[in-house]
Design a protein around this ligand. Structure first.
Ligand code: HMG
Length: 386
């Protein structure tokens, strides 16, 4: 018997602090319009001392575990490019914080912002072999660039968790996938660095090249025509990137009106504009924003374009399931965005430098919870309930 497989629950988290881009523009003597309209970003989420990708991942996934229990979750896949260890999977700490069962496999996946999509595909494969199992996929990242670099305005932080199962309650993932890989240096982070290196404008051109190549491959593998995609969620390093991507795709796919296609993007950008780049989570933050803020009908098809620098990309689609809205937690992420404390330029810069700390230290108690990173003791990261 063939089961439909896809996303049965989705939940997101962000940090306790934020820095407005108007403050960044003012401090730099740059026009605020460049950030607000030029790249389409208003704020960036900033972690406090006792928040990291583990606390964010656990915070995003906790409501899912509370709703579904732990019995059927036998796999946790954590996608990140903000690794905290070169060997041990960050998901093992998340597994403990969430109280998942010992008979669970836990692994971490990496390929820049793309790897949450690899995690989703991994999950679909497991569930197709074991339809009674559920897979917890979590994307968690803190996007950091050098202070005073061109990427600085596109920093951000957040995590998004999805539960993948047979007979999903939110979205069935369709089998066709369009793929793209090319060895480029548009954005990368060597092991000795805590901030990314980026060739910003080049990265935009590679991203756009990947959009059309992955879409063409998707169609050639039996994917839907552009006209039957109600909406498309694009990876959003900054929201204007999704606009550029839709302009490129709509033209390439022969859309009747490029402007009309672009106008369908707004509901995918509401959270991302305030979170900043959440790397692996970004395209799925766009999906959550769409699900919560648009009035879509069951059966409507949503395209998803996932891009990770380096570069790997994938275009695929899903169909909304009857009653999907009742599975959402409307307002949950907006409430977290509202609860963040605003920080000024000096504090933002101090915190940026603090993130480069090495060795043992105790982290100040600041996070809103439910989990916190207590610090490093004897080279071991310590986590606790906040
Ligand atoms: P920049 O080069 O400083 O900015 O940074 P700019 O001069 O290109 O200006 C940006 C836009 O603002 C332009 O519009 C300006 O015209 C406009 P565009 O020509 O692009 O349409 N502008 C204004 N608009 C209104 N009022 C004004 C005003 N002034 C200027 N007053 C850049 C841009 C993207 C290079 C930079 O933000 C950057 O380096 N970001 C990091 C890299 C990045 O996000 N790349 C995106 C593609 S790669 C990707 O998505 C992967 C990634 O997520 C990593 C991963 O996979 O892990 C990054």
């Amino acid at each position: 018997m063939t089961h439909a497989i896809g996303i049965t629950d989705i939940s997101a988290a962000t940090t306790s602090l934020f820095f407005p881009l108007t403050s960044l523009a003012e401090a730099q003597g740059t026009s605020a319009g460049k950030y607000l309209r030029g790249i389409g970003q208003h704020e960036m989420s900033v972690p406090c001392e006792d928040e990291d990708i583990v606390t964010l991942a656990a915070k995003a996934a906790a409501p899912i575990v509370e709703r579904h229990g732990v019995d059927e979750i036998r796999t946790l896949v954590l996608a990140t490019e903000t690794g905290i260890d070169q060997s041990k999977a960050a998901g093992i700490y998340v597994h403990e914080l969430l109280g998942l069962a010992q008979h669970t496999r836990v692994v971490e996946l990496k390929e820049a912002c793309y790897s949450a999509t690899a995690a989703l595909q991994f999950a679909l494969g497991i569930v197709s072999r074991h339809p009674g199992e559920k897979v917890l996929v979590i994307a968690s990242d803190i996007a950091r660039y050098e202070l005073d670099s061109s990427g600085e305005a596109t920093q951000g932080a957040g995590a998004l968790a999805m539960l993948v199962s047979a007979d999903p309650a939110i979205m069935t993932i369709e089998p066709a996938s369009g793929l793209f890989t090319e060895n480029v240096h548009d954005f990368w982070r060597p092991n000795d660095r805590t901030t990314a290196l980026v060739d910003g404008r080049f990265s935009v051109t590679v991203y756009l090249r990947a959009v059309t190549a992955a879409y063409d491959d998707y169609v050639s593998r039996g994917g839907a025509e552009f006209s039957s995609l109600s909406r498309v969620c694009f990876h959003q390093p900054f929201t204007k990137m999704a606009t550029k991507a839709m302009q490129t795709l709509a033209k390439h796919a022969g859309a009747e009106s490029v402007a009309d296609a672009v106008s369908t993007l707004e509901e995918t950008m509401i959270f991302n504009r305030r979170l900043g780049n959440t790397y692996t989570a970004s395209v799925y933050m766009g999906l959550l924003s769409l699900l919560e803020n648009a009035e879509l009908e069951a059966g409507e098809r949503v395209g998803i374009f996932s891009y990770g620098s380096g570069a790997v990309a994938e275009f695929f689609s899903g169909q909304l399931v009857e009653g999907y809205r009742s599975q959402l937690r409307p307002g949950a992420l907006s409430a977290q965005l509202e609860a963040r404390r605003e920080i000024g330029y000096e504090e933002y810069r101090e915190r940026h430098l603090l993130a480069d700390r090495t060795g043992d230290f105790e982290a100040r108690v600041e996070a809103q919870g439910p989990f916190r990173f207590a610090g490093v003791r004897d080279a071991i990261r310590v986590y606790e309930k906040a």
